[in-house]
Design a protein around this ligand. Structure first.
Ligand SMILES: Nc1ncnc2c1ncn2[C@@H]1O[C@H](COP(=O)(O)OP(=O)(O)OP(=O)(O)O)[C@@H](O)[C@H]1O
Length: 295
């Protein structure tokens, strides 16, 4: 175990059993033997396409689902024996907004605080601070229904911070938000991170993983394909890319280790719309899996 590790997965597996169309028994391996460590103070990303197994991993880490095999440790604590203690350490931001829409902003926050056994005085103080943190102080008495999508998401994030967890999990924190609102959420995640929280998030947005994460685990079909800093992952496959349109007007690309090799290749191409650029995490994903993250 690494010294600065706060969370460790050892051979974690999740199998879902279900009935197939013929009424027979079938099983789906959603998470397949994943081992990794998350370090204190990092922003760690689980990147993969829809159905890769990211949500299932987060659900096991936050004890909403039990692993079929393997172990999960928070420091010395094990999710099987120490779930109560671990619940106090973690905050969870679900993928879907799950406020009580008939309650106000303040009432929803109080509800969450009561679930964590926070006394009223502490709740009032904390809610004031949290709403200020996300510039929603003026909305405390408004119905949650009246907030924009971006505001609801900011509120969802600070609600998960009320009991002062040291690790925050966010499942697709910016899904379905427009680019401007997405950037605002990124700023909020960075701000929380600067205040000392370790962040674990899932995403299928390449840009999100590249911009936000210190390290990224690439997940495909339940398996861990690669894990490193975005820069190191890019450098592993080669830092330079050339792309062009093929005969069917589809984009193709090739990766190179040197700028000169990329330039020579690009200069020799007769195809349309030739572009030279730096490689990115999408290229890493395609090189390693043969498929696109979002396609
Ligand atoms: N309760 C379940 N029963 C059967 N199969 C399931 C169940 N939950 C998830 N799966 C399957 O497990 C696989 C992984 O799903 P999961 O939701 O973890 O993926 P994901 O990477 O989070 O994708 P998304 O971003 O779409 O949520 C998928 O093939 C999914 O259909």
């Amino acid at each position: 175990m690494e010294e600065d590790s706060v969370l460790r997965l050892e051979g974690v597996k999740k199998l879902f059993s279900y009935k197939n169309a013929q009424g027979g028994k079938a099983a789906k391996v959603a998470v397949d033997d994943i081992s990794l460590e998350i370090k204190d103070g990092e922003i760690f990303g689980l990147l993969g396409p829809n159905g890769a197994g990211k949500t299932t991993i987060i659900r096991m880490l936050t004890m909403l689902a039990k692993p079929s095999a393997g172990n999960i440790y928070y420091g010395q604590l094990n999710i099987r024996d120490d779930s109560q203690k671990i619940k106090e350490l973690i905050g969870v931001v679900p993928q879907h907004i799950n406020f009580d829409q008939d309650l106000t902003v303040g009432e929803n926050m109080h509800l969450h605080g009561r679930l964590h056994h926070m006394p009223e005085k502490e709740r009032v103080k904390c809610i004031g601070e949290m709403l200020e943190f996300v510039e929603l102080s003026g909305r405390i008495n408004d119905s949650v229904r009246a907030l924009s999508g971006g505001m609801k998401r900011r509120l969802l994030i600070v609600r998960a911070l009320m009991h002062k967890p040291s690790i925050l999990f966010l499942d697709e924190p910016t899904v379905a938000l427009d680019p401007q609102v997405r950037r605002r959420i990124w700023d909020l995640i960075r701000k929380m991170h600067r205040s000392g929280v370790t962040v674990v998030l899932t995403t299928h947005y390449i840009e999100e993983a590249e911009n936000l994460c210190d390290r990224v685990a690439i997940i495909n079909s339940g398996k861990l394909i690669a894990l490193d800093t975005p820069k190191a992952l890019q450098e592993k496959i080669g830092s330079y890319a050339v792309e062009w349109d093929n005969e069917k007007a589809e984009r193709e690309f090739k990766i190179f280790r040197s700028k000169e090799a990329a330039k020579d290749f690009a200069d020799g191409l007769v195809q349309q719309n030739v572009l030279r650029r730096r490689s990115n995490l999408e290229d890493v994903f395609v090189e390693l899996t043969g498929r696109k993250v979002n396609g």
